[in-house]
Ligand binder design. Structure first.
Ligand SMILES: *Cc1c(COP(=O)(O)O)cnc(C)c1O
Length: 424
């Protein structure tokens, strides 16, 4: 099939309005109006006679995940820093971080004064490679932080076993994987803590927001202190007009509280999550079949995955195509056919302009620290290979179901069939 590519002025495969993200559900306005008139816009102002929305969300999200404890936070980055600190990570400690992730995986570690040790990923799942993680452990390693990148679930059992063997905590960064299940259980519960981002691009969002889940009461209590300036919500009923946050001063904290408005939006969005995940899964299953048929390799997930979600759909382009046309050109051609951005993965964290500790004077207090955190110190050959051969796009287009997925498959088909035109 010879066709003029859209990038060369031909007719695009899809001229459709793709679903937009985020989008409010039915509850959002009602919940927001209640907060607006409640006289309490955050848990750090006096109690007004009814349970905070923040706690209503915490209970709802804990129940959804099957977690004993949930501590909401202002951002996902805060939840990750707080999880690490609540697990005992501190100044100068090494934390194993996957080489392929959003910069927050590294910046959250820097945020607690620790050293992000960038470790290579698995070429199939793009998630932290357990063997590489174990090889990177030293006597200064104090935690392993794993990301279920683009919602593929990492080899959690292997990583948890390594963490146990070395007596260090495993923190699961589930910023891409709200609703994903591993061995029948929510992600985030196989290690010491799981963290979530509710930033605007994520599967569950309030624009900005985050949460930590854990089965460990001690970690939850420290996390509570850390996110509310050393205060925890009273376990006893308090009177209207009284502060619900109690100044225990057990641990000093900072302010990373989720506002009542954000919690209200999250209650609305949580109601939609399962149905959205189901539609995305159906669309992705169709794409998996079609793109595999075209010689592409779809991102794999750990064998124990019992519910896959999709934050970004990721697929590796076969080497034969890359020998003919550069990956960026293929991405541009697909973008032109589809009318939404098809992009490469995150840049490897050892060569990512967003991860540049030397640009912050606060990290220069100790010259040896700057040396230890220098990103280019860490070789990441597999992460580089993945970055040089993988295309991704956002989850919202998968909400167009199998019909939209078929359009996406046809765009790939057209570009693959005409790839020679891109190499010229
Ligand atoms: C989005 C994200 C975060 C951080 O979340 P924010 O809410 O933006 O602070 C952390 N880790 C990963 C993998 C993310 O994608």
């Amino acid at each position: 099939m010879i066709a003029r590519l859209a990038i060369h002025g031909g007719e695009p495969v899809a001229r459709r309005a793709w679903p937009r993200w985020p989008a409010p559900g039915r509850r959002a306005l009602r919940e927001l109006a209640q907060v607006l008139h409640s006289g309490r816009w955050t848990i750090s102002t006096p109690y007004r006679g009814r349970e905070s929305v923040e706690q209503r969300f915490a209970h709802a999200f804990a129940a959804y995940c099957g977690a004993e404890h949930c501590v909401p936070t202002a951002t996902g980055t805060a939840s990750l820093s707080i999880a690490l600190e609540a697990c005992g990570v501190g100044a100068g400690d090494e934390v194993i971080v996957p080489g392929l992730s959003w910069v927050a995986s590294a910046s959250a570690v820097l945020g607690v004064g620790a050293v992000p040790v960038l470790v290579d990923v698995d070429p199939g799942s793009f998630c932290l490679d357990p063997a590489a993680a174990e090889a990177a452990i030293t006597d200064r390693t104090r935690a392993i932080s794993v990301v279920h990148v683009y919602s593929a679930i990492a080899e959690v059992a292997a990583l948890a076993a390594i963490a146990d063997r070395h007596g260090i905590p495993l923190v699961e960064d589930c910023a891409h994987a709200h609703g994903a299940r591993y061995r029948g259980r929510s992600v985030g519960l196989s290690g010491s803590a799981g963290t979530f981002s509710m930033q605007g691009s994520k599967l569950l969002t309030s624009g900005e927001g985050g949460a930590l889940i854990t089965r460990d009461a001690g970690i939850a209590r420290r996390a509570e202190h850390l996110r509310a300036d050393g205060r925890v919500l009273s376990r006893e009923p308090v009177g209207t007009g009284d502060m619900e946050l109690v100044e225990t001063a057990e641990v000093m904290g900072a302010n990373a509280c989720l506002s009542e408005f954000h919690a209200a939006v999250l209650l609305d969005q949580l109601e939609l999550l399962e149905a959205h995940n189901e539609v995305r899964r159906r669309a992705a299953d169709h794409l998996d079949d079609r793109l595999t048929g075209l010689g592409c390799t779809v991102q794999s997930t750990a064998p124990g995955t019992t519910a896959r979600t999709y934050y970004r759909y990721a697929v590796r382009v076969p080497g034969e195509l890359l020998a003919i046309a550069p990956l960026d050109r293929i991405a541009e051609a697909l973008t032109a056919e589809l009318g939404f951005p098809v992009q490469r993965t995150y840049r490897p964290l050892n060569d990512n302009p967003l991860h540049r500790p030397s640009s912050r004077r606060r990290f220069a207090a100790d010259a040896s620290y700057l040396e230890r955190v220098e990103p280019s110190r860490f070789p990441l050959p597999v992460t580089r290979l993945v970055h040089d051969s993988t295309l991704t796009f956002g989850h919202e287009v998968l909400l167009s179901d199998v019909d939209g997925a078929e359009h996406i498959a046809r765009a790939f088909e057209k570009v693959v069939a005409n790839v020679r035109l891109l190499g010229e």
